[in-house]
Ligand binder design. Sequence first.
Ligand code: GLY
Length: 328
Amino acid sequence: MSQRRKFIKQSILGSALFLPGVAASCAQKEDKNPSTGEKPLILSTWNHGVPANADAWSKLKETGSILDAVEAGVRNTELDMGNLSVGLQGLPDREGITTLDASIMTGDGACGSVAFVRQIKHPITLARAVMEKTPHVMLVGEGARQFAIAQGFPLEEEILSPQAQIEYDKWKVTSQYKPIINIENHDTIGMIGIDANGKLAGSCTTSGLAYKMHGRVGDSPIIGAGLFVDDEVGAATATGLGESIIRICGSFLIVELMRQGRTPQEACEEAVKRLIAKNKDIKDIQAGFLAINKYGEVGAYAVHPGFNYAKATESGNVLIDANSHFKP
Ligand code: GLY
């Protein structure tokens, strides 16, 4: 059996229990390599992270680049026709138009993002082009689409996927606009990874909140909100209601808490605590965070139960239930 097939098989069979991290502590930690970390390591949000991790892992083995890996991984989800929260098959905005957001970052501070972009099958690759081929960090809307055309990206036909059309037609019956992400809703793929030498990278891509206002942008393309990476410390990514994550600059907050000595788990828990304090109607808001530090230690935490994530290491690719602030 090929290494890739063996890995995917492990991914499908794999499962693990999540052990919550130690209690939060403000104490500064010594800068020593803990024995619990693993490298290389790739983490991604939700169960769509399992096949995404498998592609990321194959790419890492093929090119040795953690940046290539996190791009390839989420491209898998961008093409997944069963997924209604990522890629052009995602649920549209109130006007029936699907608009996409994505960001990518490496641990040396390089980053790129696109927001409110239409007709592009792989917004993550467009975000990487912004990072590598422009002096800018973020392009939005028509400007992002023009840049894509100039870079040779094909424009896709602007029609909803059959499933998205069915869901949109159902929604139009009431057109009730409730900007919440339900706890069962598998929203966004955020992926963070570290290679064997400690180089970090991350990616995040989404079609955003279903039935959002036309022009609404969530956390995923905002560097520091949906994604933040720093080789000196670690990386973090977010999923859930973008507005709640932007309010606390969630991913940046987690990386900075790790810089101050928190473990990834402690940092994720503190970010959720902050998010709960800064957002009203928290019973209706789901948000979750993933983090890795430079030693390959992992953190994951959500507001409500139901958040899971995929973790790939040399020993396999497993889906893990994250712990949450509110209990089942
Ligand atoms: N987390 C994705 C969004 O709110 O758009």
